[in-house]
Design a protein. Structure first.
Length: 289
């Protein structure tokens, strides 16, 4: 009888083990690990978040955990794992180190309020040495994780301060309830793919820039300067650039320039009178004289 009960107990324990392990992977609670040892986070009220200078990240200087906020999510580093949540006290979801946002990995060591032992001796003003700690394989999958143009650092996401209204017993632990409250108060669209996946948010829509019509009209085309020619100039180019044209006068030009009465000189035609113009009195007198 005792043997049968012992066998039944072992079978029952094995059936419960996968569910317990799965729960430990997707949540950071108060009693994870050894019985009676608190190794997770518990935020009974909205945290005190302070911006990390030069980074689009916030941290909680009063927390007893490595607690951060970036791109619409709260991030916790504990037991060499990263966990994320859209609300300040979970539930927390395990995030693979291959998909943790780079700006979270770049947070300097001094902002870890509960740094692990292997952080000892690392520069306080530099990010943790994840490439050394997690190995060459991880470094090859995340090349350049610790290098970026600081002049192009994105702005920090707005803090979800509406969550201040939900401390203690008012805290919404159900994920669907959290999403409903967020949809009513938060319009921020995350930049990171992992954040959008966690928040079930759509990708940001990029506004397409409308370019002006590049086709010039006839007036602009006619007034456009011709490009300079490189090389020796031809005779026609020299004549056109040296000043007024030096062409020989034609026969018609010579006839108009001759003196009246000379052979071959034709008198210029009389000027045409404007229609409807009446001669003045003085003009009549000159005609009579």
């Amino acid at each position: 009888m005792n043997t049968a009960l012992r066998t039944l107990g072992i079978a029952l324990a094995l059936s419960i083990l996968p569910a317990t392990a799965l729960h430990a992977q997707v949540s950071v609670g108060i009693q994870i690990g050894l019985p009676g040892v608190q190794i997770g986070v518990n935020m009974p009220s909205y945290p005190t978040l302070v911006a990390v200078p030069g980074y689009p990240v916030y941290y909680d200087p009063q927390a007893s955990a490595n607690y951060f906020f970036y791109d619409g999510l709260y991030w916790v580093y504990t037991d060499d794992n990263w966990y994320a949540s859209s609300w300040y006290n979970g539930p927390w979801a395990l995030t693979s180190r291959d998909y943790v946002p780079l700006f979270v990995l770049r947070i300097p060591v001094r902002y870890y309020r509960h740094p692990p032992g292997h952080f000892s001796g690392w520069r306080a003003d530099a990010p943790p040495r994840w490439d050394e700690h997690w190995g060459r394989g991880w470094a090859q999958r995340r090349p350049g994780w610790d290098r970026w143009d600081r002049n192009k650092t994105p702005a920090a996401a707005p803090l979800p301060r509406y969550q201040q209204k939900y401390p203690g017993d008012r805290y919404p632990h159900a994920v669907e309830q959290q999403r409903k409250i967020r949809s009513e108060h938060d319009r921020y669209v995350p930049r990171e793919a992992v954040s959008r996946q966690h928040l079930k948010a759509p990708a940001p829509v990029l506004q397409r820039r409308v370019e002006p019509d590049a086709r010039p009209d006839s007036r602009r085309e006619s007034s456009r300067e011709q490009p300079a020619r490189i090389g020796p100039r031809s005779d026609s180019d020299r004549r056109s650039s040296d000043g007024p044209s030096q062409r020989q006068p034609s026969k018609k030009d010579r006839s108009q320039a001759c003196e009246p009465g000379s052979p071959g000189c034709r008198a210029a035609p009389p000027p045409r009178k404007e229609p409807g113009r009446k001669p003045r009195d003085g003009e009549h007198n000159r005609g009579r004289n």
